[in-house]
Design a protein around this ligand. Structure first.
Ligand SMILES: Nc1nc2c(ncn2[C@@H]2O[C@H](COP(=O)(O)OP(=O)(O)OP(=O)(O)O)[C@@H](O)[C@H]2O)c(=O)[nH]1
Ligand SMILES: [Mg+2]
Length: 289
């Protein structure tokens, strides 16, 4: 009984000191909420990374919540504090509007924005420091229809909040230099849909054989080696265009800053956190630094 009382007093003190620090920070004009949207092609490891980064941040005593924006997901390896499925589910839409699964997914992607007010209310009630957003499997539904950028913009406008995107590049999709270039080009397209800071992450690196991993490291460390590989792989107009695209990617920093991570094994999370900090602290798009 006495121990329980001691624990609850300790909790109250912790909460109080946290609020005081937060109030000081706000008075100094600081930021108190950091939102991270995890995007990537279907199966690129978004949900797994949200789960492992969530654990990692919590182990660092950072008050973090997760928000699931995928109405179609059945099982999650984490328990989201805020869940779009409390408002919209694919099954309900299929039944109500007599839609097939794809039609329902498209409709759901558009409908998320109509539930935004409720979602933002829920988020604000938590008053968390870090927010991890898991997004729908079909990247194009979130990034290229109007609702996704609208949602990100609205969250970004919450007072004292900063937002960034983690764009996951699936390791298994980019063994060839041309594949890496095309998937990073997609990352550029994503950037121009949201126009907020973005970190490109090479996900699932644990599946890469050591020599392929080293090849990626050399491509990111010395982009000239990527261009050599393009020269070897391609010919004619494809080679010329791929080299030009590689130049753009190098100029925008999306090759040199590609961050290797494994959500499954939890590797690279320390570096991911450091990069997130750098972007949030700078308040700038890291690509323009
Ligand atoms: N080896 C390995 N597998 C991973 C990793 N991350 C995810 N996976 C596997 O890849 C598959 C898809 O992972 P998810 O985390 O569901 O990927 P997602 O991007 O959320 O998938 P959708 O939401 O369906 O698009 C699962 O079988 C995961 O176990 C990783 O870092 N390494
Ligand atoms: Mg997912």
């Amino acid at each position: 009984m006495f121990q329980e009382k001691q624990l609850s007093i300790k909790k109250i003190f912790e909460q109080l000191s946290k609020s005081i620090i937060k109030a000081f920070y706000l008075l100094l004009g600081g930021i108190s909420m950091y939102s991270i949207f995890v995007l990537g092609t279907a199966g690129s490891g978004k949900t797994t990374l949200v789960a492992s980064f969530l654990d990692w941040l919590r182990n660092k005593n950072l008050y973090t919540i997760s928000i699931n924006l995928d109405p179609g997901v059945i099982n999650l390896p984490y328990t989201p504090e805020v869940d779009i499925r409390d408002y919209i589910t694919i099954e309900q839409l299929m039944e109500k509007y007599n839609l097939g699964p794809n039609g329902a997914l498209i409709m759901a992607a558009d409908l998320i924005s109509t539930k935004l007010k409720e979602i933002i209310n829920e988020i604000e009630d938590y008053d968390a420091d870090y927010l991890l957003f898991d997004t729908p499997g079909q990247l194009e539904l979130f990034a290229f229809r109007t609702a996704g950028p609208y949602i990100v913009k609205r969250i970004n406008r919450i007072k004292d909040n900063r937002t960034l995107i983690l764009y996951l590049v699936d390791s298994s999709l980019c063994y060839l230099p041309s594949s890496l270039v095309s998937v990073l080009l997609l990352g550029q397209a994503i950037h121009y849909r949201f126009l907020i800071p973005q970190i490109d992450v090479l996900s699932k690196i644990d599946i890469l054989p050591q020599n392929d991993f080293e090849k990626f490291v050399s491509w990111t460390d010395e982009p000239e080696t990527l261009k050599d590989a393009i020269n070897e792989e391609l010919s004619g107009i494809d080679r010329i265009i791929a080299l030009k695209v590689a130049d753009i990617l190098v100029e925008h920093g999306s090759i040199s800053s590609l961050l290797p991570v494994s959500g499954l094994k939890g590797t690279g999370l320390e570096n991911l956190y450091a990069m997130v900090q750098r972007v949030f602290a700078g308040g700038e798009d890291y690509r323009t630094e």
